[in-house]
Design a protein around this ligand. Structure first.
Ligand code: FAD
Length: 966
C-alpha cells in the first residue's frame, strides 16, 4: 500500500497527491510516469510524475477528475489513505540537454507534467518558455511554481478570464514566428499535442509529445501502447512515452482511443448515478427514495445452468447474479420509510440498509450489515424460502414482483469480504454447543462475539449439519459451507468433530466434569420417518437421510473411486414432496435413474419450495400427485419390484381451509426397483434419552421456551429442528441466536426463564398444531389469512407473516377461516357493489383523462378494485359479481357537483370523494352488526382507507407539481 501524505485541490477538478514511494522517488526522472491502481478491481491509471523528492521519499501526482477512476480518486482518496499499487518509474526519461530555447506546452492536466521537465531544462542551462492553457482562470494552477523555472510564462484561457484568450497552439504559432524555439515539448490531451505538432511542422522546430495516456500496463507487456511513428510501429511503454510529434500518426492513434469511449461514458454516468444515490440515501437520508412506477416490474432472472446439462452433474444449478444484475435488482428496492421486509426475516436482517450499501457498490459494507444478524448469508441466500418470508413482506410486492432479496443476499455473501470480526474481551465463561447445524453455528457465533469461549461438539466427521449431509452440492456447494464455518473459526469458535454427546460424554459430563457453564443443544431432527406399510424393510427401501448422506457426505456418487456405495437401482420412486424429497429426486436423477415422485396430496399442497419443484420438473423428474403408497412389492429374492398406490382426491377444505386427501379405493401398481422414503424426520433420541430431567413434548422433541430457548434443565438451552421438528435453516438460526442471547443472560445472572412443558409441537410458521406426516412447515404452500390488529386490514398469501401490516405497521394475527352468515353476505354484496362502482369510475376516468400519468394511476386503482373483488370471491367462496361495463356513467362525473372532469385535480377529487363515502358507509355499519359481519365491515373500511391514502398522496403530489406514489 502507498500512503498519501498530502492531497491538495488545485482547481475544482484538479487535485494533487503526494504519495510515499521512496524507490520511485529515488530513481524517477522528468518525463517518466507511474501506474496507479486505487484498489483491488480498479483499473491501472497511467500518471506522469509531476514531481519527486528523493529526500522525503515522495512523488507528486496531479490528476484531473474526468473519468470514473479519476473521479473516484478525487472523491475517496485523502491524506492518510493509501493506493493499492504504484508502479514505476516507467518509460524513458525525457532527453534533457542544452539546446537553447525550449518551449514547454501544457494544456489542462498537462500543466503538471511539464513542471519537472521545465525545471530540468532550466537547470541544464536553457532559456525556457512555458505556455499553459486552461478553460478559465479558476482552473489555473501552479503558475508561481512555473515562473520559478521559466523565463516567460504565457497563460491562455478559453474565455480570456486570465492571460490571453485562445488556444495554446495560437500562442505557440506566434512564438514560432517571433522567437523561434529550438525545441517544443507538448504534454496534454491528444488533440492538443496533435495541434502543437501541426503548428510547428512547417517551421521544422523539433516537437516532442508525451504519449503516456495510451498505456495500459506500463511495462510493454500488452502492446496497447503501440503507435506508428514515421511509418514504424513503436511501443510507448518501452520506447516512450516521448516521441517526435511530427512523425506520430495521430489519426490512427485517436481512432484507436475511441474504442473505449462508449464504455468510459457509461462508466462515468454510472459513477455519477452512484454518487447521487450516495448523496440521497447516505448524506440526506431520504426515504422512500423513488416511485413504484420507476421500478422494473419484474425481478432480474436468476441465471441457471441448462436443465439437460445440470441433470447429469452435481454442479450448482443457480449461478448467482453478476454485479450488474445485482445492481439492477438492488435498484428495484424503494428504500421504504417504514420497511416491512425486516420483520419478515426470522433473524431480522436490516434488508434496506444492506441493499443501500449495494446500491453504491459497497458490497463489503452490505456484508457487514447482514453479518450483524446472519453469519451464513451465502447459505441462506441459497436455501431460505424467502418467497414466504422477507419477500412476502416487500412493499412493492403489492403491485409488482417483490425485490429478490434472497438473491441479493447470496450475491453479497459470495462476493463481499468480511472485515476482521469485532470481538468482546473474554468474559471467562465456556459454553458447549452440541451439533454444528445452522442452530448451533448461529448460537456459537453470537456467543463467541460476546467474549464466550465456545466449543462445538459434532457427531459427524465434519461440521454443517443438514447443510452438509442433507442439502446436495448442486443447491449448496460444499466450499460455501467450508467458508462459512471458517468464518466461525476466525471468531475463535473451536470445533470438536466425531463427538457424539450422549455417548462420548453426556450433557451432565459437559457441565460437571468438562467445566462448561452452559450447554446449547442443536442436534436437529435427524432420525428418519417411515410409512409403516408392508414391504418397507426390503433391501432397496431407504430413508432420504441414508440416501442423501451416502451421496452428500460420503461422496457415494463417485463410487468406486470413493469407498461408499449408494445402492440404488435404475428406476427410483421417492415418496413425499417436501424439500427433502426434491433433493432425493434430483440426486437420483443425477445418478442416472428414472425418477418418480409419489405424493398423496396435489401439487398445490406440496411443501417443497416452488423453485425446487420447478427445477425438478425441468430436470425430467416425473410427478404422481394424489397417489398414496400402500405397499412396497417385492420379488422372490426380497428385492423391490414395485409400489402399490391408491388414487386420492381432495376433499372439502378443513377448518383451516386446507383440503385433505381422501382415498378413492382405486389402486394401481407401479414398477420400480428402489423406494426412497422422504417423509420428514423425527428427533434423534441419543441426546434426549441420555439427559435425565430434560423435558420433551409429546412427539419427543425437546421442550424449550419459545423466547429464551431455555429447557427444563438449568443452564441447558435448545433450538432448531430438535425443538420445532424439521423446519428451515433460517428458523434454526433464529432459535440459535435467541438462545445465545438468553445464555448470555444466564451466564451473567445464573437465571433463565423456563419452559411450559405441556406445549404441543406447532408449525414454526403458522403456529398451528402440526399434523402427523407434515414435512416441517405444515402451511408451506397453503393459503393463509392474517389480519392487522391495528387497522383491521386483512391479507392473504402463502405465508404466515412474521412481519407487520404493510399499510399501517401494526401487529398481525393469523385469522380463522371466515364464517359466512346472512349479514356477512349482505356486507359482501354491498362491497361488490361499491368495488364495482369504483372500478367503473376508475376505468372510465382512465379513458377520459388526457394526462398520461393520471391514466396510469386510474388504471392501477381500477386493478386494485378488481383484485379486491377477486379476494372476496375466493375468501368467501361466493360467485363473482357480473362484470363491470367500464363505461363512464354521466352520473358519476356529476358526483362532484361543480367539479370539472377535465381538470386532473377535480377528477382525483371525485375519486377521493367516492372512496370516502365508501369508507364512511362501511365504518358506519360496524357498530350495529353481529361480530362476523362487524369484522368484515372493519376490513372493508380499512381497504378503503388504503385507497384514500393513495389518492391523497397523488393529489398532494399533483398540487405540488411532482409525481406521486403510484
Ligand atoms: P441440523 O442441521 O440437523 O444439525 C444438527 C447437527 O447435530 C448435525 O450435524 C448432527 O450430526 C449433530 N448431532 C446430532 N446428534 C448429535 C449428538 N448426539 N452429538 C453431537 N452432534 C449431534 N431448510 C431450508 O431452509 N431450505 C432448504 O432448502 C432446506 N432443504 C432441506 C433439505 C433436506 C434434505 C433436509 C433434511 C432439510 C432441509 N431443510 C431446508 C431443513 C433445514 O436444513 C433444517 O431445518 C436445519 O438444518 C435445522 O438445523 P439444526 O441446526 O436444528 O439441525
Amino acid at each position: 500500500m502507498y500512503l498519501i501524505t498530502r492531497r491538495q485541490e488545485l482547481s475544482p477538478s484538479t487535485f494533487l497527491w503526494e504519495v510515499e514511494a521512496p524507490d520511485i522517488a529515488a530513481s524517477g526522472e522528468p518525463g517518466q510516469f507511474v501506474m496507479v491502481r486505487l484498489h483491488e478491481g480498479a483499473e491501472r491509471i497511467p500518471l506522469t510524475l509531476a514531481d519527486f523528492d528523493a529526500g522525503a521519499g515522495t512523488i507528486t501526482l496531479v490528476v484531473q477528475a474526468l473519468g470514473r477512476s479519476t473521479a473516484e480518486m478525487r472523491d475517496h482518496y485523502h491524506e492518510g489513505d493509501s493506493f493499492a499499487d504504484v508502479v514505476g518509474p516507467l518509460g524513458i526519461p525525457t532527453e534533457v540537454a542544452q539546446v537553447g530555447h525550449v518551449v514547454l506546452v501544457g494544456g489542462g492536466l498537462g500543466v503538471a507534467p511539464i513542471f519537472p521537465q521545465l525545471r530540468a531544462f532550466k537547470q541544464a542551462g536553457n532559456r525556457t518558455t512555458a505556455i499553459v492553457g486552461f478553460r478559465s482562470a479558476d482552473l489555473a494552477f501552479w503558475l508561481d511554481e512555473l515562473r520559478e523555472w521559466a523565463d516567460d510564462v504565457i497563460v491562455c484561457t478559453d474565455d480570456g478570464s486570465r492571460g490571453r484568450q485562445g488556444l495554446v497552439t495560437e500562442a505557440l504559432a506566434e512564438l514560432v514566428e517571433r522567437d523561434r524555439p529550438d525545441l517544443v515539448v507538448a504534454i496534454g490531451p491528444m488533440v492538443m499535442m496533435r495541434a502543437c505538432a501541426d503548428t510547428t511542422r512547417a517551421s521544422g522546430v523539433k516537437t516532442v509529445v508525451s504519449l503516456n495516456t495510451i498505456m495500459v500496463d506500463g511495462t510493454g507487456m500488452c502492446g496497447s501502447c503501440r503507435v506508428t511513428v514515421d511509418g514504424v510501429t513503436r511501443f510507448a511503454c518501452v520506447e516512450g512515452p516521448d516521441f517526435d510529434g511530427h512523425g506520430v500518426d495521430f489519426a490512427e492513434l485517436m481512432a484507436r482511443q475511441q474504442r473505449f469511449r462508449t464504455e468510459e461514458q457509461a462508466a462515468a454516468a454510472d459513477y455519477e448515478h452512484r454518487c447521487q444515490v450516495e448523496q440521497t440515501l447516505f448524506v440526506e437520508g431520504r426515504r422512500t427514495y423513488k416511485k413504484i412506477r420507476e421500478i422494473e416490474p419484474t425481478r432480474v432472472p436468476m441465471p441457471v445452468r441448462d436443465a439437460a446439462v445440470r441433470a447429469r452433474t452435481f454442479d450448482e444449478v443457480s449461478l448467482g447474479y453478476t454485479l450488474t444484475e445485482a445492481m439492477r435488482e438492488a435498484e428495484r428496492c424503494l428504500q421504504c420509510a417504514r420497511p416491512t421486509c425486516i420483520a419478515g426475516c426470522p433473524v431480522s436482517i436490516d434488508i434496506p440498509r444492506f441493499i443501500r450499501h449495494l446500491l453504491v457498490r459497497d458490497v463489503d459494507g452490505a456484508l457487514g450489515v447482514i453479518h450483524e444478524a446472519n453469519i451464513l448469508p451465502s447459505v441462506c441466500g441459497r436455501v431460505c424460502p424467502q418467497e414466504s418470508q422477507c419477500e412476502a413482506q416487500c412493499v412493492i410486492g403489492r403491485k409488482l414482483e417483490p425485490v429478490a432479496i434472497g438473491r441479493l443476499e447470496r450475491f453479497v455473501g459470495d462476493h463481499g469480504t468480511a472485515g476482521h470480526p469485532e470481538l468482546a474481551e473474554p468474559i471467562g465463561k465456556r459454553v458447549a454447543v452440541v451439533g454444528s447445524g445452522p442452530a448451533g453455528l448461529a448460537c456459537a457465533a453470537d456467543l463467541a462475539r460476546q467474549g464466550v469461549e465456545v466449543t462445538v461438539f459434532e457427531a459427524l466427521h465434519v461440521a454443517g449439519g443438514v447443510l452438509r449431509y442433507g442439502i446436495p452440492s448442486f443447491r449448496l456447494p460444499r466450499e460455501i459451507i467450508d467458508r462459512e464455518v471458517a468464518g466461525l473459526v476466525e471468531l475463535g469458535v473451536k470445533f470438536e468433530t466425531d463427538k457424539v454427546v450422549g455417548r462420548t460424554f453426556t450433557v451432565a459430563d459437559l457441565m460437571n466434569e468438562r467445566g462448561f457453564h452452559s450447554v446449547f443443544l442443536g442436534v436437529g431432527a435427524g432420525a428418519p420417518s417411515f410409512l409403516g406399510i408392508p414391504g418397507e424393510n426390503a433391501g432397496r427401501v431407504v430413508s432420504a437421510n441414508e440416501f442423501l448422506t451416502r451421496v452428500n457426505l460420503m461422496g457415494g456418487d463417485r463410487f468406486p473411486d470413493i469407498d461408499t456405495p449408494v445402492g440404488i437401482g435404475t428406476d427410483v420412486v421417492v415418496i413425499g414432496a417436501g424439500n427433502t424429497a426434491m433433493d432425493c429426486l434430483r440426486v437420483a436423477k443425477r445418478l442416472g435413474a428414472r425418477v418418480r415422485c409419489v405424493y398423496r396430496r396435489s401439487r398445490a399442497e406440496a411443501p417443497a419450495r416452488a423453485e425446487e419443484l420447478h427445477h425438478a420438473e425441468e430436470e425430467g423428474v416425473e410427478f404422481m400427485f394424489l397417489h398414496n403408497p400402500q405397499e412396497v412389492l417385492t420379488d422372490d429374492t426380497g428385492h423391490v419390484r414395485g409400489l402399490r398406490v391408491e388414487r386420492m382426491e381432495l376433499g372439502e377444505p378443513d377448518e383451516w381451509g386446507r383440503r385433505k386427501p381422501l382415498g378413492t379405493g382405486e389402486t394401481l401398481e407401479i414398477g420400480c426397483d428402489t423406494v426412497i422414503v422422504a417423509l420428514g424426520t423425527n428427533p434423534n433420541p441419543i441426546v434426549t434419552r441420555n439427559t435425565p430431567g430434560l423435558a420433551l413434548d409429546s412427539r419427543g422433541y425437546v421442550a424449550a421456551d419459545p423466547t429464551t430457548q431455555a429447557t427444563s434443565l438449568p443452564g441447558v438451552f435448545a433450538g432448531g429442528d430438535i425443538v420445532t421438528g424439521g423446519a428451515t435453516v433460517i428458523l434454526a438460526m433464529g432459535a440459535g441466536r435467541r438462545a445465545a442471547e438468553a445464555i448470555m443472560e444466564y451466564l451473567r445472572t445464573g437465571a433463565a426463564r423456563h419452559v411450559d412443558t405441556g406445549s404441543e409441537a406447532v408449525c414454526p410458521r403458522c403456529r398451528r398444531p402440526m399434523e402427523e406426516g407434515d414435512d416441517g412447515i405444515c402451511c408451506a404452500d397453503s393459503l393463509l389469512a392474517w389480519k392487522c390488529e391495528g387497522c383491521g386490514k386483512r391479507s392473504e398469501g402463502f405465508a404466515f407473516p412474521y412481519g407487520r401490516c404493510s399499510a399501517c405497521g401494526g401487529e398481525l394475527d393469523l385469522v380463522d377461516p371466515p364464517a359466512v352468515d346472512d349479514q356477512v353476505r349482505d356486507a359482501i354484496r354491498k362491497a361488490f357493489e361499491i368495488e364495482l362502482g369504483g372500478r367503473d369510475f376508475y376505468v372510465a376516468a382512465a379513458q377520459h383523462t388526457t394526462d398520461d400519468a393520471l391514466r396510469d394511476t386510474f388504471e392501477r386503482l381500477a386493478k386494485m378494485e378488481g383484485e379486491h373483488i377477486a379476494t372476496l370471491v375466493r375468501r368467501y367462496h361466493l360467485p363473482a359479481p357480473a362484470d363491470a361495463d367500464g363505461n363512464l356513467h354521466p352520473g358519476m362525473l356529476q358526483a362532484g357537483g361543480s367539479r370539472e372532469p377535465d381538470d386532473p385535480a377535480d377528477l382525483l377529487g371525485m375519486a377521493l370523494e367516492l372512496e370516502r363515502r365508501a369508507e364512511e358507509y362501511f365504518r358506519g355499519r360496524i357498530a350495529g352488526a353481529a361480530p362476523a359481519a362487524a369484522e368484515l365491515y372493519r376490513e372493508l373500511a380499512a381497504e378503503e382507507v388504503e385507497h384514500i391514502d393513495l389518492l391523497i398522496s397523488e393529489l398532494t403530489a399533483l398540487r405540488e407539481n411532482r409525481s406521486g406514489m403510484l
